[in-house]
Design a protein. Sequence first.
Length: 340
Amino acid sequence: MRALQLLADRDLALAQRDPPPPPAPGEVQLRVRCVGLNHIDVWGFRGMAFAKRLFPLAVGAEAACEVVALGDGVTTLRPGDRVVPYAALVCGTCRECRRRRENLCENVGGVRGFHIDGFAQDLTNHPARLVAKIPDGVDLRDAACVAVAYATVEHMLFDNAQLEPGETILVQAGGSGIGSIAIRVAKALGCTVITTVGSDDKAAKARDLGADHVINYRTDRFEGVVRRLTARKGVDVVFEHTGADTWAGSLLSLKRGGRLVTCGATSGPSASLNLMQLFQQQYRIIGSFGSPLSALGRALDRIASGVRPVIDAVYPLEDFQAGLARLESRDVFGKLLVEL
Ligand SMILES: [Zn+2]
């Protein structure tokens, strides 16, 4: 069978590999159909000094799969079921797992496709307790956007920012995989959506998604436009993931008591914070990373109800690296996928 393997930092190759053994008790064997690309794949490809891992390592953290075999004791799934696997091998028994806050697990056995073997291979075994079933009517490409991107948005907007109908939200980088999903989810909820993009072409696409106001951050200071659009009040929620370039402006865009939720720092990890501004304005700043397992099911249900992710392009497995290069260049609008 095929496996797309990272042999060393920045050295990716398509190889033939023996198929996995039959699934162990509690595991399922999955045929991988579609893999979603995310910034975690870019970090994994470049290499990160603190990530301990053994090469070769199959890449791919986000996937949609079909169950092909069951290990002993698996009663919740059947061969032919379509599933989305949760990428982190969380323990299921620690205090945080028992509270269903798996993204705070105290004993994570690694993130698939990053620390340990991932999903860019034809077949792989995975714990049956760590999958979400794909509802009928949701196609595999849409489902392949869920485990990392859509579930991250779900967790940020609802568990963390507690976004409510009628609120105003600023979505940074509306053309990104998660930004485009956030626009659609917030609009479906009944929010007013302001978003930033880096080109006029992306601005038109963001308007097509339903964004009420689109700001080209290369030609306008977005925080000034946001204050004008909100009659100087600011927005209820800022959806952040761009980091250093936008941090100060994002805070200036918040109204008193507003919430800023962030899951990334693609433009750089360091920014300053005015503590006077933080407490006087009563901001709530919330870090968000990954999602609990329940967010995968909620995201899939939201897709089934018609709030679909935005897919920019689908590549064959051998072009995974070309997809990574596009993601790194930010020349995307929506999600990039790889089909097996
Ligand atoms: Zn745990």
